[in-house]
Design a protein around this ligand. Sequence first.
Ligand SMILES: C[S@@+](CC[C@H](N)C(=O)[O-])C[C@H]1O[C@@H](n2cnc3c(N)ncnc32)[C@H](O)[C@@H]1O
Length: 192
Amino acid sequence: MNDIPDEEKMQIAEAHKPILEPIEEKGFILDIGGGGEGIIGQLMGNQVISIDKNKRELEEAPSDNLKIVMDATDLQFLDETFGTAASFYTLMYMDSETKQKTINEVYRVLKTGGKFLVWDSEIPGEKPNDKVEFFVVPLQVKLPEKEIGTGYGVRFIFQDKKLISEMCKKAGFELHLKSEKDSMLYFEFIKK
Ligand SMILES: C[S@@+](CC[C@H](N)C(=O)[O-])C[C@H]1O[C@@H](n2cnc3c(N)ncnc32)[C@H](O)[C@@H]1O
């Protein structure tokens, strides 16, 4: 999805192999940063409203669910609209201020008792050497009916499980479930 830089400029993480099951939600699911592979759209089809600030990324996403160009820090939805929101490897593309604003906005548009599902990666705070500029996560995503191989790369912006948990708690979320393997993170947060 991004231009591929020289390998010497990349730190490549152990591949993440998330296994996604259908999301238990009868209404709409808001997908934050749902362009690119649009994994949540591929998983849950027309139940998903994908928002992304980059129109081209939305155009590239293969599923035909509703897609809207929108900044996650300023969601154009009423308070308490959704029962579920998801972020699949999107927070890693945001600096800390943008992440916190986004999480606050997700909290606002979720109904009380609503869930925020987050798949993401830890990113080390320090680069291994001066040549390295990008942190790259290869992914093998298992959906119920297919597997998708992809990779997401970013410039080094530190994030770990503690940072994401604390930002969500600050917004008002309660941590319901967490799993981690190497740098791979999965969280379910609930709006109290
Ligand atoms: C690597 S993609 C995430 C992968 C994607 N969810 C998928 O299923 O393939 C990250 C996306 O987040 C989007 N993004 C980053 N910051 C954003 C923001 N403030 N508002 C909306 N989208 C944002 C980027 O445009 C990019 O399309």
